[in-house]
Design a protein around this ligand. Structure first.
Ligand code: ADP
Ligand code: MG
Length: 751
């Protein structure tokens, strides 16, 4: 009869990423970008939800149980400065102690359990390391051994034999008997054997805090005190009633109380949903407002006309008909730059879709209007290539084009600066050397950033400062960005897509081969070279400084040489340790068809264009991520010949890597690959977004919460369409909330 008395519910873990980690990342990000953030407000504030009422603004030392010493640690370790910060320090899991189980139910699969019974047989037994305090806990269904290996004498003093205890811990078996080591003990008042009325929160914490009695559970004591101090009015609602009722969201106050102390999992989930929506919605709203304010109020240089240079180039020198997508994008840019507002546009186009010509035409329009422009590439090789291609395209046109990279000699630098000063240089192409402080333009009209994923938000912002009136910015990326990511990471930018490839391209055939197929693969290469084609062989050298990987590359090179001996075959090699001129000359030999094979690390990854190269071999392909593989594959398939990509994997290819190979062999579509990449790796790992503060959500994840993000976006857009200034009565809550969080970032409080 007693067996139905109590029932096991077990132990519920609500797993979340470590908040502590998020916090640190958030903080570091903000610190490193402080000046940028002050200058441009594209950063989305969604780290800490700021105080709305006086009590929540109280310094943390004033909370009962904190005091000055622990307060110092809370500030240093967890950035908890105020009551409000503590309110926003969410538990990463909860322990369910709402149920009390029977001792008789414990079996080998039992994990954490809560039981109640009478304490007997308290004794210290064993020798040396086996020395321990033991006791027996007895209920109507059986008995359980409790054991302590540390703090024996203190614990022994506190235990009261013959009394009823509520006991919680991880159950195991010792010599065939159930046992809990270092259990949590709670003395029960007579007759009352009852579980907790809420799930117990466990918080992210640090070793230092633990040593000051602020472990994951002890922080819960503080939040418990805090929750008793605050009421509905301290946490005012910031969403309109209509949204709350349409999406069935609980109130803000309720959400905070339930995320810390839910009665059950359902309550916890309600709280999380509400707070996630708020995060996503407010972020979308802010991005959309930034965008629309820029459209309405920003001041930009005006490209009034399409002039001589554009016309001559378009009618006489353009070597091919533009694709519909290229024309569409040029129109969008043309429209933006003619308004007198500053353009901030992201241009996405898969590798080989023809972004360079769009950049060139844009720069000609700038020159037609008397403005200079610059084109930034992520690597020296790529900058040189752009420079060479653009000069070739312009033929004898009266356009002055300069190249500035890290290896440009001082004399040349001075000459370029002189021409920039007097305005005779129209187009400057280079690496990020072009945005260094000492490079000054006479009148920069537009900055174009190629292959955005190598540039951070910070560099983008540095371009703004290059002219009195902020120049237009065009960011071009070949990394297809999943929609949700684009919405958050680049939500403040306008957005163009080249979704059409130049005609005459054949799809690339991609296959996955393992080491034992190597001889066949090498035969295949010989065949292709015999037909006059060229071949890339890529080795993974992720860190240029990594000695072992460097040695692997050299070994690989020797290997390739053994298969393809001179003088029948000639090989170029390019890697990051070479001097720029060496790199350039090796590259040049391949571009001109002097060499058959290019052995390279991923320095070749972006932008390089050799139409006659039709085979891409990727060695140790298992070591590359999806988007990188896709980028590399994009180096071939640029000419009219049938192209191949062969992914060679080694013996230690895990399941994830196999899945990546499967995806690569099944599609050429960069957007599908990007979505898969996001799913497999999560947003934090996607290049170019690491530094984007827009992704530092406390709770929401743009991968897992995609549907919610779409909903948030829709609501934000609808609201702004109807009420751009948020001046209606319904939107007052939103407006005052946004005003309250304006400029409040984690760093503004530490300084
Ligand atoms: P990406 O978008 O990867 O930067 P590129 O600008 O390097 O692509 O263009 C890839 C290749 O396609 C180049 O050789 C370029 O000359 C060619 N190309 C670009 N646009 C067209 C077009 N409309 N018709 C034919 N070829 C084109
Ligand atoms: Mg390119």
């Amino acid at each position: 009869m007693a067996s139905v008395f109590f029932r096991i519910i077990g132990f519920v873990i609500i797993q979340r990423n470590s908040m502590h980690f998020y916090f640190l990342r958030h903080l570091l990000f903000n610190l490193s970008l402080m000046p940028v953030l002050e200058r441009n407000s594209t950063f989305v504030q969604n780290g800490v939800i700021p105080a709305n009422s006086d009590i929540l603004k109280s310094p943390i030392e004033y909370l009962k149980g904190v005091g000055p010493q622990r307060a110092d640690l809370l500030k240093k370790e967890l950035s908890i400065f105020t009551f409000n910060d503590l309110l926003n320090h969410f538990p990463h899991r909860h322990i369910d102690k709402t149920k009390v189980s029977d001792i008789g139910e414990i079996n080998s699969s039992t994990d954490f359990i809560q039981v109640a019974g009478t304490l007997h047989n308290i004794a210290v037994i064993g020798m040396k390391s086996g020395r321990r305090l033991v006791a027996t806990l007895q209920d109507k269904t059986g008995s359980l051994e409790l054991a302590w290996f540390q703090g024996l004498s203190w614990i022994q003093k506190t235990l009261q034999p013959g009394q009823q205890y509520l006991v919680f811990g991880r159950a195991g078996f010792f010599q065939g008997h159930p046992q809990i080591v270092h259990p949590e003990m709670e003395l029960l008042s007579a007759g009352k054997i009852d579980g907790k009325s809420f799930l117990e929160p466990i918080y992210p914490t640090t070793e230092k805090l633990r040593s000051k009695a602020l472990g994951g559970r002890q922080i819960g004591k503080l939040t418990e005190v805090l929750m008793k101090l605050i009421a509905q009015r301290d946490v005012p609602e910031n969403l309109p009633d209509e949204i709350l009722s349409r999406l069935k969201l609980i109130s803000r106050y309720k959400a905070f109380s339930q995320i810390h102390f839910p009665a059950n999992m359902q309550e916890y989930e309600e709280a999380v949903k509400r707070l996630k929506f708020e995060e996503l919605f407010m972020a979308q709203l802010r991005l959309a407002r930034l965008r629309s304010q820029r459209h309405r109020f920003s001041h930009g240089v005006k490209f009034e006309k399409v002039g001589e240079l554009f016309n001559v180039f378009y009618t006489k020198y353009l070597p091919f008909e533009l694709t519909g997508a290229q024309k569409k994008v040029i129109k969008e840019i043309r429209r933006d730059t003619a308004t007198g507002k500053q353009m901030n546009r992201l241009l996405q186009g898969d590798v080989g879709s023809g972004k360079t010509i769009v950049a060139l035409i844009t720069m000609l329009i700038a020159a037609d209007n008397g403005y200079q422009s610059c084109l930034m590439a992520p690597t020296e090789v790529l900058a040189q290539q752009h420079h060479k291609n653009i000069i070739a395209l312009l033929k004898d046109m009266p356009v002055e084009v300069g190249l500035l990279t890290g290896s440009t000699k001082t004399a040349q630098r001075k000459l370029i600066q002189k021409k920039l000063d007097d305005g005779s240089l129209h187009i400057l192409i280079g690496t990020h050397a072009v945005i260094e402080k000492d490079v000054q333009f006479k009148n920069l009209g537009i900055g174009i950033v190629d292959e955005q994923h190598k540039f951070g938000v910070a560099q983008r912002a540095m371009l703004w400062e290059k002219n009195e009136t902020s120049p237009h910015i065009l960011v071009m990326t070949a990394t297809p960005i999943p929609r949700t990511l684009a919405m958050t990471a680049y939500g403040d930018l306008d957005y163009s897509v080249i979704d059409e490839m130049p005609p005459g391209r054949q799809p690339i055939t991609t296959v996955h081969r393992s080491e034992r197929d190597r001889p066949k693969v090498m035969e295949f290469i010989k065949n292709e070279i015999g037909k006059g084609r060229q071949v890339y062989i890529i080795f993974p050298l992720i860190e240029e400084s990594d000695k072992m990987e460097y040695e692997n590359l050299m070994k690989g090179y020797e290997n390739v040489k053994a298969w393809f001996p001179e003088p029948k075959y000639w090989i170029s090699m390019v890697h990051g340790r070479q001097k720029a001129d060496q790199k350039a000359s090796n590259m040049h030999r391949f571009v001109t068809g002097d060499t058959h094979i290019m052995v390279s690390t991923t320095v070749i990854e972006v932008g390089v264009d050799v139409p006659n190269a039709s085979v891409m071999i990727i060695e140790s392909a298992e070591k590359f991520g999806l988007s990188q593989l896709h980028q590399l594959r994009g180096r071939v398939g640029r000419g009219a010949d049938k192209s191949y990509c062969i992914l060679l994997t080694g013996p230690n290819t895990g399941n994830d890597a196999k899945e990546r190979m499967r995806i690569m062999t099944s599609t050429n579509n960069g957007f599908i690959i990007a979505e898969k990449d996001l799913e497999m790796r999560g947003p934090g790992e996607i290049e170019g977004t690491k530094q984007s503060g827009a992704l530092n959500f406390k709770l929401a994840s743009i991968v897992q919460d995609r549907p919610l993000l779409e909903v948030a976006r829709k609501f934000a857009e609808d609201i702004l369409n109807e009420d751009p200034e948020l001046s209606s009565a319904e939107n007052l809550r939103i407006k005052s909330y946004l005003q309250a969080i304006q400029g409040k970032t984690a760093w503004s409080r530490i300084s």
